[in-house]
Design a protein around this ligand. Structure first.
Ligand SMILES: [Fe+2]
Length: 479
Protein backbone atom coordinates (compact mmCIF):
# COMPACT_ATOMS: atom_id res chain seq x y z
CA UNK A 1 0.00 0.00 0.00
CA UNK A 2 1.24 3.50 -0.87
CA UNK A 3 0.52 6.18 1.73
CA UNK A 4 0.83 9.95 1.30
CA UNK A 5 1.56 11.66 4.64
CA UNK A 6 0.60 15.33 4.98
CA UNK A 7 1.53 18.01 7.51
CA UNK A 8 0.11 21.50 6.84
CA UNK A 9 -1.66 24.58 8.27
CA UNK A 10 0.95 24.93 10.96
CA UNK A 11 4.56 26.02 10.55
CA UNK A 12 6.74 23.79 8.31
CA UNK A 13 4.36 21.98 5.94
CA UNK A 14 5.72 18.78 4.43
CA UNK A 15 4.79 15.70 2.41
CA UNK A 16 5.96 12.09 2.64
CA UNK A 17 5.29 9.03 0.54
CA UNK A 18 5.83 5.47 1.72
CA UNK A 19 5.17 2.09 0.13
CA UNK A 20 4.85 -0.47 2.90
CA UNK A 21 8.08 -0.09 4.89
CA UNK A 22 9.96 1.82 2.17
CA UNK A 23 10.22 5.61 2.39
CA UNK A 24 9.96 6.81 -1.20
CA UNK A 25 10.00 10.57 -0.64
CA UNK A 26 9.89 13.16 2.14
CA UNK A 27 10.23 16.88 1.50
CA UNK A 28 9.49 20.35 2.82
CA UNK A 29 7.05 22.87 1.32
CA UNK A 30 9.35 25.86 1.94
CA UNK A 31 12.06 24.48 -0.33
CA UNK A 32 9.64 24.66 -3.29
CA UNK A 33 7.67 27.82 -2.50
CA UNK A 34 10.77 29.65 -1.13
CA UNK A 35 8.63 30.90 1.76
CA UNK A 36 10.45 30.15 5.03
CA UNK A 37 8.38 27.91 7.34
CA UNK A 38 5.63 27.74 4.71
CA UNK A 39 2.36 26.63 6.28
CA UNK A 40 0.94 25.01 3.15
CA UNK A 41 1.93 22.27 0.75
CA UNK A 42 2.20 23.30 -2.90
CA UNK A 43 1.81 21.77 -6.34
CA UNK A 44 5.52 21.45 -7.09
CA UNK A 45 6.13 19.55 -3.85
CA UNK A 46 3.15 17.22 -4.40
CA UNK A 47 4.19 16.57 -8.01
CA UNK A 48 7.73 15.76 -6.89
CA UNK A 49 6.37 13.26 -4.35
CA UNK A 50 3.86 11.67 -6.74
CA UNK A 51 6.63 10.82 -9.22
CA UNK A 52 7.45 7.97 -6.86
CA UNK A 53 3.96 6.44 -6.77
CA UNK A 54 0.21 6.99 -6.66
CA UNK A 55 -1.18 6.95 -3.13
CA UNK A 56 -3.91 4.55 -2.02
CA UNK A 57 -4.52 6.52 1.18
CA UNK A 58 -3.74 9.90 2.72
CA UNK A 59 -2.53 10.10 6.32
CA UNK A 60 -3.06 13.46 8.00
CA UNK A 61 -0.88 14.50 10.95
CA UNK A 62 -3.54 16.01 13.24
CA UNK A 63 -7.14 15.47 14.32
CA UNK A 64 -8.81 18.51 12.70
CA UNK A 65 -11.79 18.62 15.09
CA UNK A 66 -9.51 18.63 18.16
CA UNK A 67 -7.32 21.37 16.74
CA UNK A 68 -10.36 23.41 15.82
CA UNK A 69 -11.71 23.14 19.36
CA UNK A 70 -8.46 24.45 20.82
CA UNK A 71 -8.21 27.31 18.30
CA UNK A 72 -11.79 28.37 18.99
CA UNK A 73 -11.09 28.14 22.73
CA UNK A 74 -8.13 30.51 22.23
CA UNK A 75 -10.33 32.99 20.36
CA UNK A 76 -8.96 32.23 16.87
CA UNK A 77 -11.05 32.31 13.69
CA UNK A 78 -12.69 29.17 12.29
CA UNK A 79 -10.24 26.69 10.80
CA UNK A 80 -10.16 23.61 8.63
CA UNK A 81 -7.51 21.57 6.80
CA UNK A 82 -6.68 22.76 3.32
CA UNK A 83 -5.06 19.91 1.43
CA UNK A 84 -7.12 17.11 -0.12
CA UNK A 85 -7.04 14.79 -3.11
CA UNK A 86 -10.56 13.79 -4.06
CA UNK A 87 -11.46 10.10 -4.02
CA UNK A 88 -8.42 9.08 -1.98
CA UNK A 89 -9.48 7.95 1.51
CA UNK A 90 -8.02 9.98 4.31
CA UNK A 91 -7.17 9.01 7.89
CA UNK A 92 -6.17 11.51 10.62
CA UNK A 93 -3.96 10.88 13.63
CA UNK A 94 -3.41 12.91 16.76
CA UNK A 95 -0.57 15.45 16.53
CA UNK A 96 1.54 13.81 19.23
CA UNK A 97 0.80 10.31 17.94
CA UNK A 98 2.22 11.38 14.56
CA UNK A 99 5.34 12.66 16.32
CA UNK A 100 5.63 9.44 18.33
CA UNK A 101 5.17 7.28 15.22
CA UNK A 102 7.73 9.30 13.22
CA UNK A 103 10.26 8.61 15.96
CA UNK A 104 9.51 5.07 17.04
CA UNK A 105 8.82 3.56 13.61
CA UNK A 106 12.07 4.96 12.16
CA UNK A 107 14.09 3.74 15.17
CA UNK A 108 15.83 0.39 15.51
CA UNK A 109 14.11 -0.19 18.88
CA UNK A 110 11.27 -2.60 19.55
CA UNK A 111 11.16 -1.58 23.21
CA UNK A 112 11.42 2.09 24.16
CA UNK A 113 9.93 5.05 25.96
CA UNK A 114 8.81 7.71 23.48
CA UNK A 115 8.79 11.30 24.73
CA UNK A 116 7.17 14.04 22.64
CA UNK A 117 7.71 17.67 23.65
CA UNK A 118 6.71 20.61 21.48
CA UNK A 119 4.95 23.98 21.75
CA UNK A 120 1.47 22.59 21.16
CA UNK A 121 -0.35 19.93 19.17
CA UNK A 122 -4.13 19.99 19.26
CA UNK A 123 -4.20 20.21 23.08
CA UNK A 124 -1.28 18.02 24.13
CA UNK A 125 2.07 19.73 24.63
CA UNK A 126 4.08 16.97 26.33
CA UNK A 127 3.42 13.23 26.13
CA UNK A 128 5.00 9.95 27.18
CA UNK A 129 4.37 6.73 25.25
CA UNK A 130 5.63 3.18 25.37
CA UNK A 131 6.75 1.37 22.25
CA UNK A 132 6.54 -2.42 22.39
CA UNK A 133 6.95 -4.31 19.12
CA UNK A 134 4.63 -2.48 16.73
CA UNK A 135 2.40 -1.08 19.45
CA UNK A 136 2.58 2.53 20.66
CA UNK A 137 0.61 3.40 23.77
CA UNK A 138 0.20 6.77 25.51
CA UNK A 139 0.86 6.70 29.25
CA UNK A 140 1.07 10.38 30.27
CA UNK A 141 0.22 13.82 28.93
CA UNK A 142 0.40 17.51 29.75
CA UNK A 143 -1.93 19.92 28.02
CA UNK A 144 -2.07 23.53 26.85
CA UNK A 145 -1.37 26.10 28.22
CA UNK A 146 1.41 24.32 30.15
CA UNK A 147 4.15 23.87 27.55
CA UNK A 148 7.94 23.45 27.41
CA UNK A 149 7.96 24.75 23.85
CA UNK A 150 5.81 27.81 24.48
CA UNK A 151 8.04 28.71 27.46
CA UNK A 152 11.11 28.66 25.20
CA UNK A 153 9.36 30.43 22.30
CA UNK A 154 7.96 33.20 24.49
CA UNK A 155 11.44 34.18 25.65
CA UNK A 156 12.73 33.82 22.09
CA UNK A 157 10.17 36.46 21.15
CA UNK A 158 10.95 38.59 24.19
CA UNK A 159 14.55 39.15 23.04
CA UNK A 160 13.39 40.18 19.56
CA UNK A 161 13.66 36.90 17.64
CA UNK A 162 10.91 35.10 15.70
CA UNK A 163 9.06 32.51 17.80
CA UNK A 164 8.55 29.05 16.24
CA UNK A 165 11.47 29.76 13.93
CA UNK A 166 14.51 31.29 15.58
CA UNK A 167 14.73 29.23 18.79
CA UNK A 168 17.99 27.76 17.46
CA UNK A 169 19.52 31.26 17.38
CA UNK A 170 18.30 31.89 20.94
CA UNK A 171 19.90 28.59 22.01
CA UNK A 172 23.20 29.67 20.38
CA UNK A 173 23.05 32.99 22.28
CA UNK A 174 22.98 31.14 25.62
CA UNK A 175 26.72 30.39 25.38
CA UNK A 176 27.52 34.11 25.66
CA UNK A 177 25.38 34.74 28.73
CA UNK A 178 25.60 34.44 32.49
CA UNK A 179 22.79 32.06 33.45
CA UNK A 180 22.81 33.21 37.08
CA UNK A 181 21.76 36.81 36.45
CA UNK A 182 18.14 35.99 35.55
CA UNK A 183 17.96 32.39 36.73
CA UNK A 184 15.72 32.89 39.76
CA UNK A 185 13.31 35.17 37.93
CA UNK A 186 12.96 32.81 34.95
CA UNK A 187 12.89 29.67 37.09
CA UNK A 188 9.86 31.12 38.89
CA UNK A 189 7.92 31.04 35.61
CA UNK A 190 8.55 27.28 35.21
CA UNK A 191 9.40 25.82 38.63
CA UNK A 192 8.51 22.15 37.90
CA UNK A 193 7.89 20.18 34.71
CA UNK A 194 4.17 20.00 35.45
CA UNK A 195 3.81 23.51 36.82
CA UNK A 196 3.98 26.91 35.13
CA UNK A 197 2.79 30.22 36.49
CA UNK A 198 2.13 31.80 33.15
CA UNK A 199 0.28 31.33 29.87
CA UNK A 200 3.21 31.71 27.51
CA UNK A 201 0.95 31.65 24.47
CA UNK A 202 -0.16 35.15 25.38
CA UNK A 203 3.42 36.47 25.39
CA UNK A 204 5.44 37.81 28.30
CA UNK A 205 3.98 41.16 29.26
CA UNK A 206 5.38 41.63 32.76
CA UNK A 207 9.06 41.91 31.83
CA UNK A 208 11.11 45.09 32.06
CA UNK A 209 12.48 46.58 28.79
CA UNK A 210 15.64 44.85 27.51
CA UNK A 211 18.17 47.34 26.25
CA UNK A 212 21.58 45.70 26.32
CA UNK A 213 22.63 42.86 24.03
CA UNK A 214 24.41 41.26 27.00
CA UNK A 215 21.04 41.07 28.80
CA UNK A 216 19.63 39.17 25.82
CA UNK A 217 22.51 36.71 26.13
CA UNK A 218 21.98 36.42 29.90
CA UNK A 219 18.25 35.77 29.44
CA UNK A 220 19.01 33.12 26.80
CA UNK A 221 21.46 31.43 29.18
CA UNK A 222 18.96 31.38 32.05
CA UNK A 223 16.11 30.12 29.85
CA UNK A 224 18.36 27.36 28.50
CA UNK A 225 19.35 26.36 32.03
CA UNK A 226 15.76 26.27 33.30
CA UNK A 227 14.69 24.32 30.20
CA UNK A 228 17.53 21.80 30.65
CA UNK A 229 16.64 21.30 34.33
CA UNK A 230 12.95 20.74 33.63
CA UNK A 231 13.74 18.45 30.68
CA UNK A 232 16.08 16.31 32.78
CA UNK A 233 13.51 16.02 35.57
CA UNK A 234 10.82 15.08 33.07
CA UNK A 235 12.99 12.43 31.42
CA UNK A 236 13.73 10.89 34.84
CA UNK A 237 9.98 10.72 35.38
CA UNK A 238 9.39 9.20 31.91
CA UNK A 239 11.98 6.51 32.57
CA UNK A 240 10.55 5.81 36.03
CA UNK A 241 6.95 5.29 34.93
CA UNK A 242 7.81 3.19 31.86
CA UNK A 243 10.93 1.37 33.13
CA UNK A 244 12.41 1.58 29.61
CA UNK A 245 16.12 1.88 28.84
CA UNK A 246 15.84 3.18 25.26
CA UNK A 247 14.56 6.68 24.53
CA UNK A 248 12.88 8.02 21.39
CA UNK A 249 12.69 11.81 21.68
CA UNK A 250 10.48 13.81 19.30
CA UNK A 251 8.76 17.20 18.93
CA UNK A 252 10.37 20.56 18.19
CA UNK A 253 12.09 20.60 21.59
CA UNK A 254 14.19 17.61 20.50
CA UNK A 255 16.09 20.07 18.26
CA UNK A 256 17.70 21.62 21.36
CA UNK A 257 21.08 19.94 20.86
CA UNK A 258 22.63 21.59 23.94
CA UNK A 259 19.99 20.11 26.26
CA UNK A 260 19.90 16.71 24.55
CA UNK A 261 23.47 15.72 25.43
CA UNK A 262 22.68 15.27 29.15
CA UNK A 263 20.09 12.58 28.28
CA UNK A 264 22.89 10.10 27.62
CA UNK A 265 23.37 10.05 31.42
CA UNK A 266 19.89 8.53 31.75
CA UNK A 267 19.33 6.13 28.86
CA UNK A 268 21.17 3.19 27.32
CA UNK A 269 20.40 4.30 23.76
CA UNK A 270 18.61 7.29 22.20
CA UNK A 271 17.00 7.91 18.80
CA UNK A 272 16.04 11.40 17.68
CA UNK A 273 14.73 11.27 14.12
CA UNK A 274 16.59 14.00 12.17
CA UNK A 275 13.33 15.83 11.54
CA UNK A 276 11.69 15.70 15.00
CA UNK A 277 9.52 18.83 14.68
CA UNK A 278 6.20 19.19 12.89
CA UNK A 279 7.87 18.92 9.47
CA UNK A 280 8.67 15.32 10.37
CA UNK A 281 5.05 14.53 11.07
CA UNK A 282 4.01 13.90 7.46
CA UNK A 283 6.25 10.84 7.70
CA UNK A 284 4.89 10.20 11.19
CA UNK A 285 1.28 10.16 9.99
CA UNK A 286 2.16 7.81 7.12
CA UNK A 287 4.05 5.54 9.55
CA UNK A 288 1.12 5.63 11.98
CA UNK A 289 -1.21 4.38 9.24
CA UNK A 290 1.24 1.67 8.17
CA UNK A 291 1.55 0.75 11.86
CA UNK A 292 4.92 -0.96 11.71
CA UNK A 293 8.60 -0.06 11.63
CA UNK A 294 9.86 1.59 8.45
CA UNK A 295 13.12 0.83 6.70
CA UNK A 296 15.11 3.95 7.69
CA UNK A 297 18.08 4.31 5.36
CA UNK A 298 18.91 7.96 6.00
CA UNK A 299 17.57 11.50 5.66
CA UNK A 300 18.30 11.99 1.93
CA UNK A 301 14.66 11.72 0.91
CA UNK A 302 13.75 15.01 -0.79
CA UNK A 303 14.19 16.54 -4.24
CA UNK A 304 16.73 14.77 -6.45
CA UNK A 305 18.88 17.44 -8.06
CA UNK A 306 20.99 14.75 -9.77
CA UNK A 307 24.79 14.94 -10.12
CA UNK A 308 27.36 12.50 -8.79
CA UNK A 309 28.88 13.63 -5.51
CA UNK A 310 31.79 15.87 -6.66
CA UNK A 311 34.44 14.47 -4.31
CA UNK A 312 37.55 15.51 -6.26
CA UNK A 313 36.22 18.97 -7.08
CA UNK A 314 35.30 19.69 -3.46
CA UNK A 315 38.69 18.53 -2.24
CA UNK A 316 40.58 20.55 -4.86
CA UNK A 317 38.71 23.72 -3.91
CA UNK A 318 39.26 23.13 -0.19
CA UNK A 319 42.99 22.75 -0.88
CA UNK A 320 42.92 26.19 -2.52
CA UNK A 321 41.40 27.55 0.71
CA UNK A 322 38.02 28.09 -0.91
CA UNK A 323 34.65 27.89 0.77
CA UNK A 324 32.75 25.27 -1.20
CA UNK A 325 29.03 24.97 -1.73
CA UNK A 326 27.79 21.58 -2.81
CA UNK A 327 24.40 20.59 -4.22
CA UNK A 328 24.11 16.94 -5.24
CA UNK A 329 21.68 14.04 -4.93
CA UNK A 330 18.52 14.11 -2.83
CA UNK A 331 17.78 16.94 -0.40
CA UNK A 332 17.87 16.31 3.33
CA UNK A 333 14.55 15.76 5.12
CA UNK A 334 14.96 17.91 8.22
CA UNK A 335 16.34 21.31 9.15
CA UNK A 336 20.04 20.39 8.97
CA UNK A 337 22.21 20.15 5.89
CA UNK A 338 24.03 16.86 6.12
CA UNK A 339 26.19 16.98 3.02
CA UNK A 340 23.87 17.17 0.02
CA UNK A 341 22.93 20.87 0.34
CA UNK A 342 25.93 22.09 2.28
CA UNK A 343 28.63 24.70 2.47
CA UNK A 344 31.93 23.05 3.40
CA UNK A 345 35.11 24.77 4.56
CA UNK A 346 38.47 24.19 6.25
CA UNK A 347 37.82 24.52 10.02
CA UNK A 348 41.40 25.28 11.04
CA UNK A 349 41.35 29.07 10.74
CA UNK A 350 39.09 31.23 12.90
CA UNK A 351 38.54 33.78 10.10
CA UNK A 352 36.69 31.12 8.06
CA UNK A 353 33.79 31.39 10.50
CA UNK A 354 33.42 35.11 9.82
CA UNK A 355 33.73 34.56 6.06
CA UNK A 356 30.96 31.96 6.02
CA UNK A 357 28.77 34.09 8.29
CA UNK A 358 29.21 36.97 5.82
CA UNK A 359 28.27 34.80 2.85
CA UNK A 360 25.16 33.62 4.70
CA UNK A 361 24.43 37.14 6.02
CA UNK A 362 24.22 35.86 9.60
CA UNK A 363 25.17 37.44 12.91
CA UNK A 364 28.91 37.08 13.47
CA UNK A 365 28.42 35.34 16.85
CA UNK A 366 26.65 32.38 15.25
CA UNK A 367 28.58 29.10 15.51
CA UNK A 368 29.14 26.49 12.80
CA UNK A 369 29.02 22.74 13.06
CA UNK A 370 31.78 20.23 12.33
CA UNK A 371 31.41 17.09 10.26
CA UNK A 372 33.92 14.46 11.37
CA UNK A 373 34.95 10.92 10.40
CA UNK A 374 33.01 8.68 12.77
CA UNK A 375 35.90 6.36 13.66
CA UNK A 376 38.09 9.33 14.70
CA UNK A 377 35.39 11.44 16.37
CA UNK A 378 36.27 10.52 19.96
CA UNK A 379 39.83 11.84 19.51
CA UNK A 380 38.40 15.28 18.77
CA UNK A 381 35.18 15.43 20.78
CA UNK A 382 33.74 14.10 24.06
CA UNK A 383 31.37 11.68 22.37
CA UNK A 384 28.45 10.40 24.48
CA UNK A 385 27.95 7.70 21.85
CA UNK A 386 29.93 6.41 18.86
CA UNK A 387 27.78 7.87 16.13
CA UNK A 388 25.93 11.22 15.91
CA UNK A 389 24.89 11.25 12.24
CA UNK A 390 22.33 14.08 12.36
CA UNK A 391 23.78 16.86 14.59
CA UNK A 392 21.45 16.17 17.53
CA UNK A 393 23.95 16.84 20.33
CA UNK A 394 26.38 19.58 21.34
CA UNK A 395 29.55 18.02 22.76
CA UNK A 396 32.81 19.37 24.18
CA UNK A 397 35.63 19.75 21.66
CA UNK A 398 38.93 18.26 22.86
CA UNK A 399 41.14 20.28 20.47
CA UNK A 400 39.45 23.68 20.08
CA UNK A 401 42.66 25.43 19.08
CA UNK A 402 43.09 23.19 16.05
CA UNK A 403 39.59 23.68 14.63
CA UNK A 404 38.46 27.05 16.05
CA UNK A 405 35.88 27.86 13.38
CA UNK A 406 33.63 24.96 14.46
CA UNK A 407 33.83 25.42 18.22
CA UNK A 408 31.23 27.54 19.97
CA UNK A 409 32.06 30.17 22.61
CA UNK A 410 31.35 27.65 25.41
CA UNK A 411 33.78 25.08 23.95
CA UNK A 412 31.13 22.80 22.45
CA UNK A 413 30.37 21.71 18.89
CA UNK A 414 27.20 20.37 17.29
CA UNK A 415 28.85 17.32 15.78
CA UNK A 416 27.86 15.32 12.71
CA UNK A 417 29.71 12.02 12.32
CA UNK A 418 30.04 10.32 8.95
CA UNK A 419 30.89 6.75 8.05
CA UNK A 420 31.27 5.14 4.64
CA UNK A 421 27.84 3.55 4.62
CA UNK A 422 25.96 6.71 5.65
CA UNK A 423 27.31 9.07 2.97
CA UNK A 424 30.08 7.58 0.77
CA UNK A 425 30.80 10.89 -1.02
CA UNK A 426 31.19 13.05 2.07
CA UNK A 427 33.17 10.24 3.72
CA UNK A 428 35.65 10.28 0.83
CA UNK A 429 36.00 14.07 0.97
CA UNK A 430 36.74 13.90 4.70
CA UNK A 431 39.21 11.06 4.25
CA UNK A 432 41.12 12.99 1.60
CA UNK A 433 41.17 16.10 3.79
CA UNK A 434 42.39 14.00 6.72
CA UNK A 435 45.22 12.43 4.70
CA UNK A 436 46.29 15.88 3.48
CA UNK A 437 46.04 17.78 6.79
CA UNK A 438 45.80 15.30 9.67
CA UNK A 439 42.43 16.82 10.56
CA UNK A 440 39.37 14.59 9.93
CA UNK A 441 36.97 17.53 10.34
CA UNK A 442 35.28 20.05 8.02
CA UNK A 443 32.98 22.95 8.69
CA UNK A 444 29.50 22.02 7.41
CA UNK A 445 26.61 24.44 7.25
CA UNK A 446 23.38 24.69 5.32
CA UNK A 447 23.36 26.01 1.76
CA UNK A 448 21.09 28.96 2.35
CA UNK A 449 21.12 32.60 3.34
CA UNK A 450 19.87 33.63 6.78
CA UNK A 451 16.11 33.41 6.99
CA UNK A 452 15.73 31.68 3.60
CA UNK A 453 15.00 28.03 2.85
CA UNK A 454 17.78 25.69 1.75
CA UNK A 455 18.72 25.45 -1.90
CA UNK A 456 16.56 22.76 -3.47
CA UNK A 457 16.75 22.45 -7.25
CA UNK A 458 18.84 23.44 -10.28
CA UNK A 459 17.02 26.72 -10.69
CA UNK A 460 18.21 27.72 -7.20
CA UNK A 461 21.82 27.01 -8.15
CA UNK A 462 21.65 29.68 -10.85
CA UNK A 463 20.54 32.22 -8.26
CA UNK A 464 23.48 31.38 -6.04
CA UNK A 465 25.96 31.76 -8.89
CA UNK A 466 24.65 35.21 -9.67
CA UNK A 467 24.49 36.39 -6.08
CA UNK A 468 27.67 34.86 -4.70
CA UNK A 469 30.33 34.76 -7.34
CA UNK A 470 33.04 34.52 -4.68
CA UNK A 471 31.66 31.21 -3.53
CA UNK A 472 32.39 28.15 -5.61
CA UNK A 473 29.21 26.28 -6.43
CA UNK A 474 30.28 22.73 -6.92
CA UNK A 475 28.12 20.64 -9.17
CA UNK A 476 28.64 16.97 -9.87
CA UNK A 477 29.02 17.58 -13.56
CA UNK A 478 32.22 19.55 -12.97
CA UNK A 479 34.05 16.63 -11.39
FE1 LIG B 1 4.38 19.37 17.12
Amino acid sequence: MIILGINETSHDASVSLIEDDQILFAGHAERYSKKKNDWYVNKDLINDALQYGKPDKIAYYEKPYLKKSRLLFGGAADWKPKFDIEYIPRVSFKHHYSHASAGYFTSKFDDAVIVVIDAIGEWNTTTIWTGDGNKIKQVYSLNYPLSFGLFYSAFTKLVGLKPNEEEYIFMGMAAYGDANKYFKEINDYFPAFDRQKYNFHKGIDDWKPIILQQDRFDIAAAVQKVYENRLFEFMIYAKKITKKENLVFMGGCALNCSANTQLWNLFKDIWIMPNPGDAGSSLGAAAALYGKHLNWSGPYLGHDIGYEYPVIKIFDELKKNKIVAVAAGRAEYGPRSLGNRSILADPREIYIKDEVNKIKQRELFRPFAPVVLEHLADRWFDMPTKSIPYMQYAVRCKKPNQIPSVVHFDGTSRVQTVNEHQHPGLYRVLNKFYLETGVPVLLNTSLNIKGQPLLNDRHDIKQWEVMYNNTVITKGEIS
